[in-house]
Design a protein around this ligand. Structure first.
Ligand code: ADP
Length: 605
């Protein structure tokens, strides 16, 4: 019930906020549908009463005007309502389509804004899928749900109208109709239960049947089926499943038949008793012939409206349960709390980063990746982080960027725990190029300056020239406006690995953040090419704080400090000259092991 309430409140709120015209459509439909329903009950009565008077001897001339008026009303109402309903239905259809896209966008936007941690959380991913499915055809979307509400409101109103009419003319018809509906609803519910039960059995058999017939018939199984002579076994299996399915259908038919007959019987009884009752009233002249027709029509309308209300109440429950997954997704709890503190400009000293006794394990993992890590990085410092694969270097960066929250200890910037800073402002501190950086299938320009409404063309050109991408871009048909990849644009280009790296690095530089980080975006390159890129970057970064990650030492030489990650923490820390001579040191050992790369490279020494 809570699901239905919350989902309905959400849908009504969103519809009212985004497309109030939807309610105008419903209002037009309501007036039209209600008027037609009442007209169908009332006009035949009025017409018949007039005609009866004429057949009983009243002068035609006295009644002709009314007869023509009622007949004309009957036609005119129909025509007008059809016209207005078609306009309202068209508007509603357009709005429904619009909401489908709107909800997809809401899901997309929310997924992009969710805490990064959720992108690896199976529960969150599952919720995302449920939200997508629940909001599409399962629930019929915003309009699908509001349609049910509309049907309930309309039928309650019509029910009110016909009940009043019945009450004034043939009150006993009410309990007859209601009793019949209660019994029929009960019988239908039994039928549905049988259907659901057999559906579960059928879907299992169906799955096996489809597997045998369609999956195994595919050529990928060709060898195994032939070599092991399995075709007969497959045929037998398919026949067995087919027999099983036929049995289920048969059993279902037999089980349902008494309920179906029961429904027919109650319908016949209801009509028989009802007609007898109003027939008797008419014969005894308690009601007119027109009233008789009106009561028959009202009884049918009453029954239909009641059935409609019951159906839509069940439908609304079902649809809201699906759509509730969407509401839940939008409300998915944040993985971490964030503050609203501002990063005050600390003047010439800039920002000081301090890891204080930080330990961390990934969510849903028992194993600590970092333990009791202490490290300070001053403004303008260039730090190189080295270590074997899996030593926790990327994790260190993810923690610094607040993609995850530390398990123990704290990370401070300018002496304040980073969780206390406002998220948007905090993110602006960093320009990171990750190893698995992603480019978008948009233009080169949009890739370097993403999401920035006004692009500083001069700076863009300057950055691209520095990274060498400008020259490459000039050779492309549309220059910087060339689309990357062919997903949306036939003329899109596939950039080489090197160009992609230059793009990612240009993006980081253009961002002009005070702290830049290269997390091995060059891992696929050979050590010499990597060294070249790191060296260039080192110059481009200038006085900013820079953190370079690499499992190769060639890239550390020019850094102020080197932190060696091993055994879940910073095992060694110092300058290249200090570490390279440390007796039994990890850095010294790695350096000598990799020395062959550098011996040939005079430039690096
Ligand atoms: P490095 O960057 O030094 O190669 P990482 O920081 O990527 O190392 O990984 C450190 C350890 O954390 C590895 O054992 C890795 O398997 C584990 N790890 C990395 N990412 C996740 C994750 N999202 N969930 C669980 N474990 C992870």
């Amino acid at each position: 019930m809570r699901e239905v309430k919350r989902t309905l409140a959400f849908m009504l709120r969103v519809a009212w906020r985004e497309k109030p015209a939807l309610f105008v459509s419903y209002l037009i439909l309501f007036v039209g549908d209600a008027v037609v329903a009442m007209k169908n009950v009332l006009i035949p009565k009025l017409l018949l009463d007039e005609l009866m008077l004429v057949t009983e001897g009243a002068p035609l001339s006295a009644h002709l005007r009314l007869i023509v008026l009622y007949a004309a009303l009957h036609v005119v109402i129909d025509v007008l309502v059809r016209a207005s309903n078609s306009v309202a239905e068209r508007t509603k259809g357009e709005i429904s389509q619009w909401f489908q896209q709107y909800c997809d966008m809401m899901i997309g936007e929310h997924a992009m804004k969710m805490d990064f941690e959720h992108t690896e959380d199976p529960d969150a991913l599952d919720q995302l899928n449920k939200a997508r499915e629940g909001m599409s055809w399962y629930s019929g979307g915003v309009v699908g749900i509001l349609d049910c509400v509309y049907q309930i409101v309309l039928n309650v109103a019509v029910l009110g109208g016909v009940t009043t009419l019945i009450f004034t003319r043939c009150p006993l018809l009410l309990p007859i109709q209601v009793a019949a509906l209660v019994v029929i609803s009960w019988l239908t519910a039994r039928n549905n239960e049988i259907e659901t039960r057999s559906f579960i059995g059928l879907s299992k058999s169906n799955r096996i049947f489809s597997y045998v017939l369609f999956q195994l018939a595919s050529f990928q199984y060709g060898k195994d089926i032939r070599l092991y002579d399995s075709s007969r076994m497959m045929g037998d299996r398919a026949r067995r499943q087919s027999d099983e399915m036929t049995d289920i259908w048969k059993k279902r038919g037999i089980e349902q038949i008494r309920y179906t007959w029961g429904i027919d019987l109650v319908n016949v009884l209801r009509d028989g008793v009802g007609y007898f009752y109003i027939g008797m009233l008419a014969v005894r002249r308690v009601i007119s012939v027109g009233d008789f027709t009106m009561c028959v029509m009202s009884a049918t309308q009453l029954y239909n409206s009641l059935q409609n209300i019951i159906f839509n109440v069940m439908e609304i429950k079902k649809r809201c349960n699906y759509a509730y997954q969407f509401v839940l997704f939008l409300d998915y709890p944040a993985a971490m709390q964030t503050g609203d503190r501002s990063l005050v400009d600390t003047g010439s000293e800039g920002h000081v980063i301090a890891f204080r006794d930080v330990s961390f394990r990934y969510p849903r993992s028992e194993k600590y990746v970092l333990r009791h890590l202490n490290l300070t990085i001053r403004q303008g410092e260039h730090l190189s982080i080295v270590g074997l694969n899996g030593a926790g270097k990327t994790t260190f960066i993810k923690l610094l960027c607040r993609l995850y929250e530390v398990t123990e200890g704290e990370i401070c910037i300018d002496g304040v725990n980073i969780m206390e800073y406002a998220e948007e402002e905090y993110r602006k501190l960093f320009a990171v190029v990750f190893q698995d950086f992603k480019l978008f299938a948009f233009s080169l320009r949009e890739n370097v300056a993403p999401g920035l409404e006004t692009v500083d063309e001069k700076r863009l050109e300057q950055v691209l020239t520095q990274t060498g991408l400008y020259e490459d871009a000039q050779k492309l048909a549309d220059g910087l406006d060339t689309t990357i990849y062919k997903s949306f644009d036939e003329k899109g280009v596939e950039l080489s690995g090197g160009q992609q790296q230059k793009t990612a690095i240009s993006r980081a530089l253009y961002r002009d953040a005070p702290i830049v980080i290269l997390d091995e975006p060059t891992a696929a390159l050979d050590p010499i090419a990597e060294y070249e890129i790191y060296r260039q970057f080192h110059t481009l970064v200038g006085g900013k704080t820079a953190i370079y990650i690499s499992h190769r030492l060639s890239s550390c030489r020019f850094c102020d400090h080197i932190a060696v990650f091993a055994e879940d923490t910073v095992k060694e820390y110092g300058t290249h000259d200090e570490l390279v001579v440390r007796e039994g040191g990890i850095y010294a050992e790695m350096f000598h092991a990799q020395a062959q790369y550098y011996v040939d490279q005079g430039a690096m020494n």
